[in-house]
Each structure stands twice: as structure tokens, then as C-alpha cells.
Write a protein that binds this ligand. Structure first.
Ligand code: GLN
Length: 489
């Protein structure tokens, strides 16, 4: 049995029934990493020793008749933008190459309490800025479905690791699509929770009014399990909200009776690939068969979303990244004759091209005389984008859209044209601007065998409906069962 291929809920059962040990499972994951990591390059660091030790500890607990937490013994990979105490947390950047945080993020604390096992830290676009993981300062991660293609980004390492069997689950972060788009490109499930649902204490900040941490998993049950562990108010993050955390698994029923689902007309843009369009149309047919009423709706401010996002995200990034100055932590240049020169050189050496581009853009946007015209205006348009959704959700339970206009593109294809890269985020960005939850689930494959994702969006804090729609679709289709052929051994 290929243990590394099974979803967490099945592994959980096998462990509870004492059919397999946690050490066996952990070993199977590290063997798989040994087998394929050279090709995929999903991880920036691994912790086999720590993981095996923890597995042994949990096995002993079980054999003494103790109960384990809800993720007891499940291997999980963590995007390298989430702080893990005493372990390198690089954010894919030279400037943090040797940075070991003195504390762990709240989500990692929660994983620990749930008895999950951390496998390692995954590759990403530097400071989560990008859509392909090519902006990592360290390595290029490959798409397990086609090694010449990108895995998506910025959580590309996490999505590729789940798809290739190098972990069972993973954490990503999503500021403008960075969980959903790589999940879609790698044929796995990725959920961006409502803004405020999951604590961000210990998540290195990119754009604070947009960032969220969320799960990347094999299927919807796993996603529901992991989301429940991550969710809830945290006194250490003032933006996390005190809404009750439902037992998400209980809402997973395989039909959509009495549901109204909107299909936004603005999301079927010219330039979208024919195969993606077809897959989405087919998917809406399935939702209809399951009892939902699917009808066209309008989100009229969609066309302003990309411009609005890149104003807000770069402005906030320029402010958040001001702290990397070679003094408090991270890289310090060996050159520079005075303090200001040292600041400048450290930042010059430490940041990559895309990060510098965004800092410059963001600093300009926030400068005197432009602030109101750019940042102020963008915030107003953001309100309009949010109101579009509020309007639709008065009469509809969910909205479905594509995740990306195309399937995974080739490595190198968009690297010399940043605007082209930005445009590929067209369908995921609005959810971050509106603060609402969104999920990507597999809904088909291109002729070349690359995965296509379906995005489902609901109103804020309605992850239960989101998961229910996703589950009903998943249970009535077979897309999530495929494995990347290139990697079959
Ligand atoms: N691709 C988008 C960007 O480059 C989104 C990234 C993200 O969600 N972290 O900003």
C-alpha cells in the first residue's frame, strides 16, 4: 500500500485501528521524498529526524491507550513564510536566509496540539510575491504533472508536495490567490479562509489587509479537518475574529438541494483557454444535477480588481518590508561606510528583483501627494468589489468561477513580463479584496494532462457552505483520484 498517497482521514482511521504505525507512515513519506524531491524541489528544508522522533512519541502514546489529537500522526508541510521556532524561516528570500525565529506561529502551535507531524518547510515566491514560485531566491519548483511547467505560486512548494506524495497535507498563505492558484495547477484542494478566520501570528506579513493562512490537501474531508484545527480567535492576532468554529465535517453532505449558485458573467473573459472554459461549464452541469439552481450573476467591478489589488498589496508590502534593514535580523552587508549605506546595501543584496519592484511601486503610491489618489482611491474601489459580492450573496449561496484563465504555464514563460504574470491572478484576487473565503478543487484536465481548478466563493465566515458545495461536487466526480503519471513508480 502506498501510504503516502492516502488522504489524511483514511490514514487517521488506519492509525486508530492500529493497522499502521505512525512511524511507518512517516517513513513512507520520507522515502517518497527521497524518490522524487530531486525532480520536484518542493522543500527548502526537511526535518526527518524531528519527524521520526515525534512519530515514535505518538506511537508510544497510542500503545499506552492514550488518545491522539484530530491530526494524530499526519505528516504536514509548512510554507516557509510561517515561523517555526528555532528553524530556518526564509520566506524564499536571501535577506532571511539564516533567520531562525524565536517563536512559532499560532497555527503551528495548533498543529502541534492536534498531534500533526511537521515534515519540512516549502519553497515559495520571495515574500509570497508571484504566481509561479520562480521568484524564490533558492530554487525552481516543478509541477508534478509536467516537470517543464511551474507549480503555480506563491505556495507552489506546498501544492507540489501534496500532489507528488511528499506530504499528506500542507499550509499555504493567500494574499491574492497563492493557495488557490497552485492548488488548481497541481490538481489538489486549496482553501483561503475568510479574513479573520485563522490567526496570522507568526505569518511573515506581505499585505496585511489581504493575507490569510489556509490548508492545501488531497480532498475536501481533509480540508475540513485541517481548517477546523487552524480556525478561531487568537489573542496574539487582533485581526482574528471571535466567531464560533463549526465542526466542518458535519456539514459535508453529497447533495445541493435548495441551493442557488451564481456564475459571474465577468469571469468568462477573452483570452481564457477553451479547455478551462469547457471544464467550468461541465462542472456547473454537475452542480445542477446535484440539485442546485445555477444561474448567471454579475460582479460589475471585477475589471478593476487587478489594478486595485496591485495598488493596495504593493503599498502595504513597502511598509511591511521596511523592517529588513540589516539591523534587527536577517542579512547584513559586509560593505557600506556608514549607517545609511549599510541599510541600502543590505536591502540591495538581500531582496530579489520582483520584491524591489513592488517596494518601489508601493513607496511611490504611499508618498505625499499621491497617497489619496492611489491608495485612497484603491480602498474605495475595494469597497465596491466587496459590495458586488454582498449583493450577489443576498440571493445566492455560492458563486463558482475558474481559478485561473489557463492551466499551469511553462517554466520561464512569464518571467520577463511582470504584467503578464499579474494578469494571471484575475480570478482569485477579488476574494482577498472582499475578505471572503474561496476554494479551488480539481474539475478536469487539459489535453496535455494538466489539472484545471474550479473556484467556489461564499460570503464571509460561510466556510461550511463552501465545503458543502465542494464536497458534493467531489463525491460525484473522479478528478481528485488521478495521480501524476510522470512520478508513478
Ligand atoms: N500572485 C499574487 C501576487 O503576486 C498573489 C500572491 C499571493 O497570494 N501571495 O501578489
Amino acid at each position: 500500500m502506498k501510504l503516502y498517497r492516502l488522504p489524511a482521514h483514511q490514514l487517521h482511521q488506519l492509525i486508530q485501528d492500529r493497522e499502521i504505525s505512525i512511524q511507518e507512515l512517516t517513513r513512507s513519506i520520507f522515502q517518497r521524498i527521497e524518490e522524487v524531491e530531486d525532480k520536484i524541489k518542493a522543500f527548502l528544508s526537511l526535518d526527518e529526524e524531528g519527524a521520526m522522533e515525534e512519530a515514535g512519541r505518538l506511537d508510544r502514546k497510542l500503545s499506552q491507550g492514550e488518545r491522539l489529537g484530530p491530526l494524530g500522526g499526519i505528516p504536514i508541510a509548512v510554507k516557509d513564510i510561517i515561523c517555526l521556532k528555532g528553524r530556518r524561516t526564509t520566506c524564499g528570500s536571501r535577506i532571511l536566509e539564516d533567520f531562525c525565529p524565536p517563536y512559532s506561529a499560532t497555527v503551528l502551535q495548533r498543529l502541534k496540539e492536534a498531534d500533526a507531524i511537521i515534515v519540512g518547510k516549502t519553497n515559495m515566491d520571495e515574500f509570497a510575491m508571484g504566481s509561479s514560485t520562480e521568484n524564490s531566491a533558492f530554487q525552481v519548483t516543478r509541477n508534478p504533472w509536467n516537470l517543464a511547467s511551474i507549480p503555480g505560486g506563491s505556495s507552489g512548494g506546498s501544492a507540489a508536495a501534496v500532489a507528488s506524495g511528499e506530504t499528506v497535507m500542507a499550509l499555504g498563505s493567500d494574499t491574492g490567490g497563492s493557495i488557490r492558484q497552485p492548488a488548481s495547477f497541481c490538481g489538489v484542494v486549496g482553501l483561503k479562509p475568510t479574513y479573520g478566520r485563522v490567526s496570522r501570528y507568526g505569518l511573515v506579513a506581505f499585505a496585511s489587509s489581504l493575507d490569510q493562512i489556509g490548508p492545501i490537501t488531497r480532498d475536501i474531508r481533509d480540508c475540513a479537518m485541517l481548517l477546523e484545527v487552524l480556525s478561531g480567535r487568537d489573542g496574539l492576532d487582533s485581526t482574528s475574529l471571535d466567531y464560533p468554529v463549526p465542526s466542518y465535517l458535519e456539514y459535508l453532505v453529497p447533495d445541493l438541494k435548495d441551493m442557488r449558485i451564481g456564475l459571474p458573467r465577468e469571469y468568462f473573459v477573452p483570452g481564457m483557454s477553451y479547455e478551462v472554459r469547457e471544464a467550468i461549464v461541465q462542472a456547473t452541469g454537475v452542480l445542477g444535477k446535484l440539485g442546485a439552481e445555477v444561474e448567471e450573476v454579475s460582479l460589475p467591478h471585477t475589471e478593476y480588481a487587478i489594478a486595485t489589488y496591485y495598488l493596495i498589496a504593493t503599498a502595504e508590502a513597502s511598509s511591511n518590508l521596511a523592517r529588513y534593514d540589516g539591523v534587527g535580523y536577517g542579512l547584513r552587508t559586509r560593505e557600506g561606510n556608514n549607517l545609511v549605506e549599510m541599510y541600502k546595501k543590505s536591502r540591495q543584496e538581500g531582496f530579489g528583483e520582483e520584491v524591489k519592484r513592488r517596494i518601489m511601486l508601493g513607496t511611490y503610491i504611499l508618498s505625499k501627494g499621491y497617497y489619496e489618489d492611489y491608495y485612497g482611491r484603491a480602498r474605495k474601489v475595494r469597497t465596491l468589489v466587496r459590495q458586488d459580492f454582498e449583493e450577489v450573496f443576498q440571493s445566492h449561496d455560492a458563486v463558482v468561477t475558474p481559478v485561473s484563465p489557463t492551466v499551469a504555464f511553462k517554466i520561464g514563460e512569464k518571467m520577463d513580463d511582470p504584467l503578464k504574470m499579474y494578469l494571471s491572478d484575475i480570478f482569485t484576487i477579488s476574494a482577498n479584496l472582499a475578505g471572503i473565503p474561496g476554494i479551488s478543487i480539481p474539475c478536469g484536465y487539459s489535453r496535455e494532462g494538466l489539472p484545471i481548478g474550479l473556484q467556489i466563493l461564499t460570503k464571509a465566515f460561510d466556510e461550511t457552505t463552501l465545503l458543502r458545495v465542494a464536497y458534493a461536487y467531489e463525491q460525484n466526480t473522479h478528478w481528485h483520484k488521478r495521480e501524476p503519471e510522470d512520478l508513478q513508480t
